[in-house]
Design a protein around this ligand. Structure first.
Ligand code: GLN
Ligand code: ZN
Length: 790
């Protein structure tokens, strides 16, 4: 076949209407049988393969389907099942127990009815996406064994029986080990884990042999770590692993080494030595890497060009993509180039066709996964038609007239988006251009501010507070639904919210907390709530993307210059303040978190969007201050996850992320206290940046990992006030005052007692009122005891 091919790296498994989510959750609830689960999941896979075939994809992925997570599947498939799950019989129970824990009675491997209570394996963010994978746990003497019926082989055959020849997708052995963690404490670190390659790779070889036997040809081997920071140990691991993997490789098999999210042009010396047959590169993140990659691409290798963004929702600029494609084809020839998505489409919603409420002008700028399939195949056809005389034996090619029509419609959409009044707001651009360094700095140093704040707010030693949200009960959620569906008027809904807020304020007063919150009952989601009130943001009805397991999120879309037509939160904070003499803390989501948890513009740098968000939030801070709300919390739980994948790029990111926070927060008077909150304790790497944010008080997660956090405090010193969480809000357990006291005592070895706040780890929205009340009463009791002591 002498033609450019179209390829997709992975398709969203959850289905157009989140069918898979409903199915699996039904299974967990005992409402869907195991047979139905398997059967309907298969039907969904078939549907997705057929859709891709009909849209003209030549290299359709298989093995991209999972009931929970693909990294978990890889571990499971190679028998890496931690000891605590081994009493559970093989099958769905055991598999889901690894993903989400299991509590209750089961029949064990011996067939006896036993009580079991095992927590889930750890979850981590998949590179710099918002998808969370399950972290495999491997011991130093880990043994692997290939599952007797690997699902990836079964899925390949399933598709084959429909006449669809798919490209199985494997997570490569080196990246798999680097994503894992040591089960024993001493086995932490990539060096130890990579030592397991000789045990692991033979099972990969067996798997490849089985795939070859089933008739597979191209195999997509994902090795995203190739683009990350490489140590000599990792480089050597790649060489050894691939040499061993391709020993006795069945003749029909061809391996496509697949990278994404980072550039690899500076890694070509290593890559070109690996005994594979092709390379996939992400040209969305790094279009400039193409020349460097082409210069060193081994003869006969296929080059798969990631030209259609798998992580964002915009239409591809097809002309620009074709230019890159032409550069590649001119250099390596038409038979060695593929047009592809930049990464798996897992991170993209399913289809635009369900969006009936999106403004048609904005909708015309978007492409979700299904629409991106067409983009990939149109790119293929356009290139094949340009290099006339080639035989185009490809899947569902479009004729020349159709291709031309699509290209010119695409040109019109891209042009319209560039110049639309909805996108461009000169006032916002002008304002941003005028930001000067004085706007990024408080008007007095912390040491001068803090005493003023303490006096103004009448704060005692060891002040107590919470992180913002209080229980989002069934009633709260059902009230919101009634309002959204029109069953409740705005008045009815607001009356309900006022009632909840009042209840919450009264309870905090009775518990004796010092700085109160309004409870966030009016918020569905900490980003969506602000997005709905800002100009430049759009919302979808069905734009779900996988977050973890069966959980999906619906990120809002920043399409234009952002500004704030009117105050967003002032009314609620002011209302709460009328109910009490105690200070009410205003509650905002920070600019970097709004950015990280939205689909954002690809036509300007992320830093610019972050600064536009910061200006809008800066106005909100000012309005809160004017309305006498003089404690304001700006949550930035996502600052850390925005870190670039290579360390050399961290400083540049942290510079603009910190400056966006400062632009939001630093307009206020000395006496106004700025809080920030972050939901992680792994501070070591970014401590100096956190200090530069210069929040008066930072509240942080601490209870699950105090050692790490305290070590960081000791190493770097932190000069402002802080509230490392005294208890874990993820668990229904109510800690005693003694326990919290012990934790606090431990903290005080590292932190000056005058600057310590008492608070939980995070917001309380997932807990119930009884738990919240008891835990907070114990927290204020702890404060009372320590105030006497110090
Ligand atoms: N203020 C938010 C809350 O309490 C913070 C949530 C978060 O840190 N993710 O819910
Ligand atoms: Zn948090």
């Amino acid at each position: 076949m002498v033609a450019v091919l179209s390829s997709v790296l992975g398709f969203p498994r959850v289905g157009a209407q989140r069918e898979l989510k409903k199915l699996i959750e039904g299974f967990w609830a005992g409402k869907v049988s195991e047979a139905d689960l398997s059967q309907q999941a298969q039907a969904l896979r078939v549907q997705h393969w057929k859709l891709q075939r009909d849209r003209g994809i030549d290299q359709i992925p298989s093995g991209d389907f999972s009931f929970y997570d693909l990294v978990l599947d890889t571990a499971y498939q190679f028998g890496a099942i931690p000891a605590r799950y081994q009493s559970i019989p093989t099958g769905f129970d055991q598999y889901f127990a690894m993903g989400r824990g299991l509590q209750g009675s089961i029949r064990n491997v011996e067939g006896e009815e036993v009580q079991i209570d095992v927590p889930a394996m750890e979850m981590k963010k998949w590179f710099d996406t918002n998808y969370h994978y399950i972290v495999p746990e491997l011991s130093t003497n880990q043994e692997f064994s290939l599952n007797s019926q690997p699902s990836i082989v079964a899925h390949f055959s399933e598709a084959k029986s429909l006449g669809i020849h798919t490209k199985p997708v494997l997570l490569g052995p080196v990246s798999f080990l680097l994503l894992s963690k040591g089960a024993d404490h001493e086995a932490a670190g990539d060096f130890e884990l990579l030592k397991l390659l000789p045990q692991l790779v033979p099972h990969y070889r067996t798997l490849l042999a089985k795939l070859a036997q089933a008739g597979a040809t191209w195999i997509q081997v994902d090795e995203p770590y190739l683009g990350l920071d490489l140590t000599p140990t990792v480089e050597q691991a790649y060489q050894e692993a691939y040499a061993s993997l391709t020993q006795d490789l069945p003749g029909a098999l061809r391996l496509l080494l697949t990278t994404y999210f980072e550039q690899v042009d500076d890694r070509m010396a290593l890559i070109a030595q690996l005994p594979v047959h092709g390379l996939h590169v992400d040209l969305i993140r790094h279009p400039e890497q193409l020349s460097g990659v082409l210069a060193k691409l081994p003869a006969n290798w296929v080059l798969s060009l990631g030209l259609v963004n798998g992580r964002n929702v915009w239409k591809t600029d097809l002309d620009a993509a074709l230019q890159l494609a032409t550069q590649a084809v001119d250099q390596v020839g038409i038979d060695r180039v593929w047009m592809a998505t930049s990464c798996s489409l897992l991170h993209c919603p399913f289809s635009l066709e369900f969006e009936t409420k999106l403004d048609p002008e904005i909708k015309d700028w978007l492409a979700f996964s299904s629409e991106k399939l067409t983009e990939v195949s149109i790119l293929r056809d356009a290139i094949n038609q340009r290099y006339e005389g080639t035989e185009t034996d490809t899947t569902n090619p479009a004729d020349k007239a159709k291709v031309d029509a699509v290209l010119s419609a695409n040109r019109a959409s891209c042009q319209a988006r560039r110049t639309s009044e909805r996108v461009v707001n000169p006032a916002v651009k002008e304002r941003l251009a005028k930001v000067d360094p004085s706007m990024l700095k408080r008007n007095a140093p912390f040491a001068e501010r803090y005493p003023v704040q303490t006096e103004k707010q009448h704060l005692p030693l060891f002040p107590t507070t919470t992180i913002g949200s209080f229980p989002q009960t069934k009633e709260v959620r059902s009230a919101r639904r009634k309002y959204k569906s029109g069953a409740w008027s705005e008045e009815q809904y607001n009356a309900f919210l006022r009632q909840e807020t009042e209840k919450c304020v009264r309870l905090q007063e009775s518990i004796g907390l010092d700085v109160l919150v309004h409870g966030e009952f009016e918020r569905n989601d900490m980003v969506e709530y602000f997005g709905e009130k800002l100009r430049g943001y759009a919302f979808t009805q069905n734009g779900w993307v996988a977050s973890y397991g069966t959980r999906c999120v619906k990120p809002p879309i920043v399409y234009g210059d952002v500004d704030r037509p009117q105050p967003m939160t002032v009314e609620w904070s002011v209302y709460a303040q009328t109910l009490t003499e105690k200070p009410i803390k205003g509650m905002l989501t920070g600019p970097v978190t709004c950015l990280q948890w939205s689909f954002v513009r690809d036509d300007q740098p992320r830093s610019v969007t972050a600064h536009q968000l910061a200006l809008a939030l800066r106005d909100e801070v000012s309005d809160l201050e004017k309305a006498n709300i003089t404690t304001i919390q700006i949550d930035e739980p996502a600052i850390r996850e925005g870190l670039p994948l290579r360390r050399a790029k961290w400083e540049a990111y942290l510079d603009w992320a910190v400056s966006a926070f400062l632009l939001t927060s630093s307009s206020v008077q000395k006496g106004t206290q700025i809080h920030t909150h972050m939901c992680y304790s792994d501070f070591n790497d970014i401590f100096p940046a956190i200090q530069r944010m210069d929040a008066d008080v930072i509240t942080i997660e601490n209870s699950r990992s105090d050692l790490k956090l305290l070590r960081a405090f000791e190493q770097h010193g932190y000069y402002n006030a802080s509230g490392p969480g005294l208890y874990d809000i993820h668990s229904p357990r109510v800690p005693t005052a003694e326990e919290m006291g012990e934790r606090l005592q431990a903290l005080l070895q590292y932190l000056p007692y005058q600057l310590v706040w008492l608070n939980p780890d995070c917001g309380l929205k997932t807990r119930n009122w009884t738990e919240v009340e008891s835990a907070l009463r114990n927290l204020t009791e702890t404060a009372r005891v320590f105030r006497q002591k110090y």
